[in-house]
Write a protein that binds this ligand. Structure first.
Ligand code: SAH
Length: 342
């Protein structure tokens, strides 16, 4: 058995590259279970990201009308081309060599894939910003990433990623997959999730939305009151306030919204720490009076923010326990008071 596992990578004639997240799913039982749980219709056009040597691809082809597979590694592409050449389903496969993150995705209505784990987050947001909307994505991903996707307020793993993904989709955990089902086995455990994009999305500016979440989740167990008193945060929103004071912010067109989702929510994830207060006074040539005026303004502005939070019962709330509805309401509240995040 052990011997088999070792040689299995070699059996394709080349070594697997960790940097490309190459862990081939080998267990036929798991492969079949994924297929069964994907709810594939014979008329489906399936997108597969990272087909590798084609273990999943061959099964997808049997059940669907068409599979479009995007693979980065030319060695994998060559291997799969050869493998598919012997199959009756050859005509159903469109194999694209390239980086999935750099492609405009083709039309598909279902995505089924064992994706490269290191780019899970950008892949998920690329899928969720894709239009026309597809039925679902069934993805094999790292267990911990899966748990963060489905985490609810109050759970230890609840983070910016959970909020953003659940804002745009319904996510379900489908099954656990142990590391020994792969060749070579990854260091981490895996899970299959089903992500179903929502048809109706809130009409918000996703840049602002994500900036607000970054602030709130920068210290997710701190109260909003404590967070929004921090000098660096007051500074940022104060500057925006001045900038936006005399301008109107237009709602985004639908197309912009989706570009915006893809570009904004692209980056991984939740460990973005807010910089600590830096007490050094900036060197400048402004006269003292001007500096003092700004200081006064900022102090007033801080009170203004704290008042908004207090009046609306957000002052003692913590991101770790807030729902998506809470965050939407909070953004709306700030915006209605001329406060913007960018
Ligand atoms: N689906 C196969 C292989 C999974 S391993 C199986 O289950 O056996 C992940 C695959 O994604 C590898 O083949 C790797 O080369 C490919 N890959 C890595 N980065 C990629 C990227 N940016 N775009 C497309 N494919 C990528």
């Amino acid at each position: 058995m052990e011997k088999n596992k070792k040689s299995a990578g070699g059996a394709v004639g080349f070594g697997m590259q960790k940097s490309k997240g190459q862990h081939l799913l080998k267990n036929p039982m798991i492969l079949n279970e994924i297929i069964n749980k994907s709810g594939i219709q014979p008329t489906d056009t399936i997108l597969e990201i990272g087909p590798g040597t084609g273990n999943l691809t061959m099964l997808l082809l049997e059940k669907s009308q068409k599979v479009i597979a995007i693979e980065l590694d030319p060695r994998m592409v060559a291997h799969l081309t050869k493998r598919i050449g012997l199959s009756e389903h050859q005509h159903k496969l469109q194999l694209i060599q390239g980086d999935v993150l750099k492609q405009k995705l083709p039309f598909f209505n279902l995505c089924v894939a064992n994706i490269p784990y290191q780019i899970s987050s950008p892949i998920v947001f690329k899928l969720l910003s894709h239009r026309p909307i597809f039925r679902a994505a069934i993805l094999l991903i790292q267990r911990e990433f899966a748990m963060r996707l489905i985490a609810k307020p109050g759970s230890e793993l609840y983070c910016r990623l959970s909020v953003n993904v659940q804002l745009l989709s319904k996510v379900e955990h489908i099954m656990k997959v142990g590391k020994n089902n792969f060749v070579p086995p990854p260091k981490v455990e895996s899970s299959v999730v089903r992500i179903e994009p929502l048809h109706q999305l809130p009409n918000i500016n996703y840049n602002e939305w994500d900036s607000l979440l970054r602030i709130c989740f920068g210290r997710k167990n701190k109260t909003l009151g404590a967070l929004f008193k921090q000098k660096n945060i007051v500074d940022i929103i104060y500057n925006n306030y001045i900038k936006f004071k005399n301008s109107t912010i237009k709602p985004m067109s639908e197309e912009n919204t989706f570009n915006n989702i893809e570009n904004t929510l692209f980056k991984d994830d939740n460990n973005i720490e807010i910089e600590q207060d830096d007490n050094k006074e900036e060197e400048n040539e402004e006269n003292e009076e001007e500096i003092n005026n700004t200081k006064d303004e900022k102090a007033k502005f801080k009170t203004f923010i704290i008042d908004i939070l207090t009046k609306n019962n957000y002052i003692n709330q913590r991101a770790s326990k807030m729902t998506i509805t809470n965050f939407l309401e909070l953004l709306n509240l700030f915006n209605n008071n001329g406060i913007h995040f960018n």
